[in-house]
Ligand binder design. Structure first.
Ligand code: IPE
Ligand code: IPE
Ligand code: MG
Length: 246
């Protein structure tokens, strides 16, 4: 958990030889951030985008290889249409506005989730951004959009069945399934960070999180800073990962 005593820790305390390869973040608390200011929820989402900008830079600086950002879940369609539209609009705006800077910083823009259900203009921007940054050498930013861990596993199994249609003795293994997930070829997340005080997965990377370390804090995503990320990494580095062994 977040250790208040170490709040002013600088990155000097981070062990640069043990940087998590893959960090997942459930970017939560935008709505509450806005509500506390008597602002519409969409202002919280806008403020959340500013945090993304800072955290990607910091991940690049620290040498994190993969950063998966949970931006829209398969369950978030239940929200009022206005909010869903605002989120989709922000996504397009973000990709358009930030592309140059992300590209300059060598960020590889990627997405996980079934983007075919997103508005066409979102799909187009995502595909373009992915294509134009695929040879970059910095952090891979996976935007999880219309992403759900359960849907990912089911979709993977169905694709496997389709590819092997009619074969005898069909059997799926962990290795096969991993090759059919959106995260194919990526290491499992070492740490998942969830701000906003909630202590649940909310359908995020269910398969991949089997041995992931969790880090929660009451900070709302728009208030999350580089220092908070550093603190999460320091806490991660002080944990003992046993993977079932001794
Ligand atoms: C996270 O913030 C952003 C998305 C889920 C898209 P929320 O919108 O869930 O914020 P809270 O939880 O209502 O504060
Ligand atoms: C999880 O947050 C999804 C994203 C951050 C995109 P939610 O706010 O949707 O999760 P619940 O409903 O509190 O579990
Ligand atoms: Mg929420």
């Amino acid at each position: 958990m977040f250790n208040k005593k170490n709040k002013d820790t600088t990155s000097i305390d981070i062990d640069t030889n043990n940087i998590p390869k893959h960090i997942g973040i459930i970017m939560d608390g935008n709505g509450r951030w806005a509500k506390r200011r008597n602002l519409p929820r969409s202002y919280g989402h806008k403020a959340g985008v500013e945090t993304i900008r800072r955290i990607i830079k910091e991940c690049n600086r620290l040498g994190v290889k993969y950063l998966t950002l949970y931006a829209f879940s398969t369950e978030n369609w239940k929200r009022p249409e206005d909010e869903v539209n605002a989120l989709m609009g922000l996504l397009v705006e973000y990709l358009k506005k930030e592309f140059k800077e992300l590209d300059k910083n060598q960020v590889v823009i990627n997405y996980i989730g079934d983007i075919s259900k997103l508005p066409l203009r979102c799909q187009e921007e995502l595909i373009k951004a992915k294509e134009n940054t695929k040879s970059n050498t910095g952090v891979v930013m996976n935007l999880a959009l219309n992403y759900g861990g359960r849907a990912e596993i089911i979709e993977g199994i169905n694709r496997f069945l389709k590819d092997h249609n009619g074969e005898d003795n069909l059997k799926i293994t962990e290795e096969i399934l991993e090759n059919y997930l959106y995260t194919k070829g990526m290491p499992d997340p070492d740490i998942v960070i969830r701000p906003s005080g909630e202590q649940r997965l909310s359908n995020f990377l269910l398969w991949q999180c089997a041995y992931t370390e969790f880090w929660y804090s009451d900070i709302l995503w728009p208030d999350f800073t580089e220092k908070d990320l550093q603190q999460a990494i320091i806490d991660y580095q002080n944990r003992e990962r046993r993977f079932g062994g001794l």
